[in-house]
Design a protein around this ligand. Structure first.
Ligand code: GAR
Length: 225
């Protein structure tokens, strides 16, 4: 099998998206492997998930640095030391500076629990319910300097129910997140993703197909498990 893409995963907490990537990478046929998990919080549950899977971890606590630039630089060094090819933000709740984003241009992706560009930032599910949208979802995208912005790789739409609370909606969106993140990583690792005019184009010309991986979730692109 061809060389597997080396992932560096940045987390701050629970790490359920990390777990989805760990599970995907456990399949020897998956074209990526996790080289390093970095958390800015020592008590992040995701660190336990990585340790259980025998994945190297680092804690780089932002509070130990005088500036964002120095914190970013420590992150950058850790990722380079682990020969990381692609950085995946998975619930990493620190803003990254422009220099870091530039250094990892087109090699840095994020997952966000909304259909971007709607509901950038925090409290997405509360705001989706307040706005009365009938569909929400999740987005995996390349990271650019602005928060929760950049070329979209995959999105999944999740219907909002009249009975939803922020927690119930978050739980259903999370199911979609766990399907979308491995799909996006797979496409990048298989070199199927190109960026034209800051938009993602799949080289094989995949066309939208829905529904795909759950009765209540549709995706904008075909998902090959
Ligand atoms: C996920 O819902 C992810 O989309 C969100 O944080 C959660 C992390 O959960 N990320 C953002 O809001 C980034 N703007 P997890 O730690 O269980 O993967």
């Amino acid at each position: 099998m061809a060389r597997r893409l080396k992932l560096g995963i940045l987390i701050s907490g629970r790490g359920s998206n990390l777990q989805a990537l760990i599970d995907a990478c456990a399949d020897p046929g998956f074209p990526a492997e996790i080289a390093l998990v970095v958390s800015n919080k020592a008590d992040a549950k995701g660190l336990e998930r990585a340790a259980t899977a025998s994945i190297p971890t680092r804690v780089i606590d932002h509070r130990g640095f005088a500036s964002r630039t120095e914190f970013d630089s420590a992150l950058n060094d850790a990722l380079n030391d682990a020969a990381v090819d692609l950085v995946c933000l998975a619930g990493f709740m620190r803003l990254l500076g422009a220099e870091f984003v530039r250094a990892w241009h087109d090699r840095l992706i994020n997952i966000h629990p909304s259909l971007l560009p709607a509901f950038r930032g925090l409290h997405t599910h509360e705001r989706a319910l307040e706005a009365g949208v009938k569909l929400t979802g999740c987005t995996v995208h390349f990271v650019r300097a602005d928060v929760d912005n950049g070329p979209i790789i995959v999105q999944a739409a999740v219907p909002v129910l009249d009975t939803d609370t922020p927690d119930s909606l978050a739980a259903r969106v999370l199911v979609a997140e766990h399907a979308c993140y491995p799909a996006a990583v797979r496409w990048i690792a298989e070199d199927r993703v190109s960026i034209v005019d800051d938009r993602v184009v799949l080289r094989d010309g995949s066309t939208p197909e829905a529904p795909v991986f759950s009765p209540c979730v549709t995706t904008t692109r075909r998902y090959t498990p």
